[in-house]
Design a protein around this ligand. Structure first.
Ligand code: ADP
Length: 259
């Protein structure tokens, strides 16, 4: 059986196909102005990856903020459920999932099977999300992919504003007063980590802490989280695909159960 999971995120649309030979393939595209078009593009690419025969997948499962737009999917599942499932599959022993995406951050306490026990979510403001880092990266004249490297060995500069708009003005002021860019970036990573650590404290999960979502690609944020939490924080390979993988796994389970 061939199953596709699609995670239509605010920033990126991710897809995973589970192949009949036990392998899998990952694809992503910017969500852009049309979540529907982005999902169709990712689906077509994965479909081609599906191997010879040209037959369609047995099941397509949608998740993410745009999941309800995909009326051609077999069913949809909330992103909390899918992220928990995918992260627990990627890292056996996972007890807590921290997911930081483009416009939200969430912390999910899970059991051994990746089922959700409790969660906390910030989707009301850009503070502590990928968007916050993206906006400030533009102000600093760098790509988000360069942030970690530029902050190596720098002492974090405490920022007083967490609101993206105020933080942007604060950073412009700091640059004008000659402060080091690396210290500012280290301060940004610390600010994001503190924000998320507050949610972790409320949930108190045991087990391995697994960091997923696009921002988990930023090693500076991972290290800051470890410092804040006083615990190891693991970033699995393919961290941005945890939600799509979870959706595909749930689809496969339903097919196997005949539901
Ligand atoms: P969503 O599901 O909300 O679309 P994702 O989990 O796909 O979010 O993550 C998107 C975020 O990840 C964006 O804010 C983007 O800037 C950030 N991101 C993606 N790749 C990297 C990278 N290599 N380094 C740092 N940040 C990254």
């Amino acid at each position: 059986m061939r199953v596709i999971g699609l995670d239509i995120g605010s920033t990126a649309t991710k897809g995973v196909v589970l192949l009949e030979d036990g392998g899998c393939r990952f694809r992503q595209a910017p969500t852009g102005w049309s979540p529907r078009l982005a999902a169709e593009g990712v689906f077509s690419e994965l479909f081609r990856e599906g191997g010879p025969g040209g037959e369609g997948p047995d099941c397509v499962v949608a998740t993410g903020y745009g999941r309800n737009l995909l009326d051609w999917a077999d069913f949809s599942v909330t992103e909390i459920t899918c992220h928990a499932r995918g992260a627990a599959f990627m890292v056996p022993g996972c007890g807590l999932v921290i997911d930081i995406g483009g416009q939200d951050s969430k912390v999910i306490r899970v059991d051994g099977g990746g089922r959700v026990l409790d969660f906390a979510m910030n989707d009301k403001c850009a503070a502590g999300t990928g968007r916050f880092l993206e906006v400030i990266a533009v102000t600093l004249g760098v790509e988000v992919g360069q942030l970690a490297e530029l902050s190596w060995g720098c002492e974090p500069l405490a920022l007083s504003s967490m609101c993206t708009v105020f933080a942007e003005s604060e950073v412009i002021g700091l640059l004008a007063s000659g402060r080091d860019r690396g210290e500012i970036i280290a301060g940004l990573h610390q600010a994001v980590a503190r924000r998320v650590a507050g949610m972790v404290d409320r949930l108190q999960g045991q087990g391995t802490v697994v960091f997923t979502g696009g921002v988990a690609n930023n090693e500076g944020v991972r290290r800051s989280l470890e410092k804040q939490l006083g615990r190891a924080v693991v970033v699995p390979e393919g961290c941005q695909y945890a939600g799509a993988l979870g959706a595909a796994l749930i689809g496969r389970e339903r097919l196997t159960a005949g539901g």
